[in-house]
Design a protein around this ligand. Structure first.
Ligand SMILES: Nc1nc2c(ncn2[C@@H]2O[C@H](COP(=O)(O)OP(=O)(O)OP(=O)(O)O)[C@@H](O)[C@H]2O)c(=O)[nH]1
Ligand SMILES: [Mg+2]
Length: 197
């Protein structure tokens, strides 16, 4: 994908604040601090289009970006961040679920997980929920630069087992080395064409 432009459009917490549903849209979801915003920046070759932070819970709104004037990327807040109060957690969950279930232009979801963690039920729940709502997805393990090849391979296998998916259906990525960037783009293009998982 050749990136000619990548621009912030708006932030929203509820549907009335979403941009008009005119362009095909891809959303990026995953636990807090997993590297969602960094992955978007890497895909569009911008260092700071999307704000990233070493403090979990950085992204607190639904942020819409226009890419090449022809499609949208949506950066969602992370789920499962332990340090926010329960009330805020509920608000975030509702905000994310409302977006995912109601957005008519949503073509698919990129579900991002940290290769160092064995996915807990939150990622599995989200996968089941996406299947339930018929939302196509691709799965990505990020921060692969943090593990040796052998350790990374083990984790890849274990995470695939835990999620009950084929290991080849999980892409490997690093925002640091840009490893896997082309494969993630291919996955995003598959979602836009309508043939995701
Ligand atoms: N080494 C390494 N660090 C990464 C990678 N991706 C993200 N990080 C770091 O992880 C931290 C979190 O990254 P973000 O992109 O802000 O994560 P996020 O999922 O958007 O976080 P929230 O918006 O808080 O949910 C930052 O310190 C990033 O620099 C990666 O592939 N490799
Ligand atoms: Mg973020």
């Amino acid at each position: 994908m050749i990136i000619k432009s990548a621009e912030f459009v708006t932030s929203a917490v509820k549907p009335s604040q979403y941009p008009p549903p005119e362009l095909p849209e891809i959303a990026f979801v995953g636990r807090s601090n997993v590297g969602k915003s960094s992955l978007i920046n890497t895909l569009v070759n911008r260092k700071r289009l999307v704000k990233t932070s070493s403090t979990p819970g950085r992204t607190q709104l639904i942020n819409f970006f226009n890419i090449n004037g022809s499609f949208s990327f949506v950066d969602l807040p992370g789920y499962g961040y332990a340090k926010v109060p329960d009330r805020v957690k509920k608000d975030w969950a509702l905000m994310i679920e409302t977006y995912l279930s109601k957005r008519e232009t949503l073509k698919g979801v990129v579900l991002i997980m940290d290769i160092r963690r064995i996915s807990d039920h939150k990622d599995k729940d989200l996968i089941d929920w996406l299947i339930h709502f018929n939302i196509p997805k691709i799965l990505v393990l990020t921060k692969t630069d943090k593990l040796s090849k052998t350790k990374g391979k083990n984790q890849h296998d274990l995470i695939a087992e835990t999620l009950l998916v084929n290991r080849n259906d999980i892409l490997l990525f690093s925002a640091k080395t840009r490893m896997g960037k082309n494969q993630v783009w291919e996955g995003v293009e598959r979602l836009m064409r309508g043939d995701g998982l």
